[in-house]
Design a binder for this molecule. Sequence first.
Ligand SMILES: Nc1ncnc2c1ncn2[C@@H]1O[C@H](COP(=O)(O)OP(=O)(O)O)[C@@H](O)[C@H]1O
Ligand SMILES: [Mg+2]
Length: 198
Amino acid sequence: MKFFYPEDATPIDDISGLKPNWVRTQEELNQVEAENVSDAIDKYLIKAVKLPQSWFNVPTLNEIHRAMFFDVWDWAGKFRTAQTIPGLKPYQIPEALESLCRDVQFWCSKDSGMAPIEQAAQVHHRLVWIHPYPNGNGRFSRLVADRYLKAWKCKVPYWPTDLGENGQHRKDYIAALKKGDRGDYKPLVLYMMKCGAK
Ligand SMILES: Nc1ncnc2c1ncn2[C@@H]1O[C@H](COP(=O)(O)OP(=O)(O)O)[C@@H](O)[C@H]1O
Ligand SMILES: [Mg+2]
């Protein structure tokens, strides 16, 4: 079996966690993952979303990743144990996620001076920077950012559908995320606004 990955994506060296035994090609894998993700979008984005205080916590984040990939991978919703790039050291993941959750709870409880879209951009970037799971972190963190915006009654971005493939869309997106690596979230906010977020 041969799988292909775009630049800056986590390569899956280990397919031992793959559940459907009939998957033989990248196209079949993409298809079965897309179906699983689509069911999770129905559950976590299309239905009404409460304010983040009630759901932005580590168990719920794990539950969302699990819902997105449970049909396909046995590690869905479970933290990775191997190093990835980007990605913190595996032992740093639980505390970094708790720290993000604490920041979010703070932003929601006080007037932090940050617009919801700035908060959502930072949520998106910090989740991929931490990279909690073996794979699917990009799709997961975009869904969480969308859910965050929806909770605040904001317009969610239409993320280009080809972000998982090499091309101009991915290039612009990764460039904006890389600015986030240095603490500058403006390009990611602008990128999300260009995709229709407001
Ligand atoms: N330098 C970077 N800084 C922050 N995030 C990055 C960087 N490079 C890649 N990413 C994020 O990592 C994602 C790829 O991680 P991966 O776990 O393979 O997610 P998915 O399988 O959903 O594409 C990209 O979609 C992007 O969101
Ligand atoms: Mg990937």
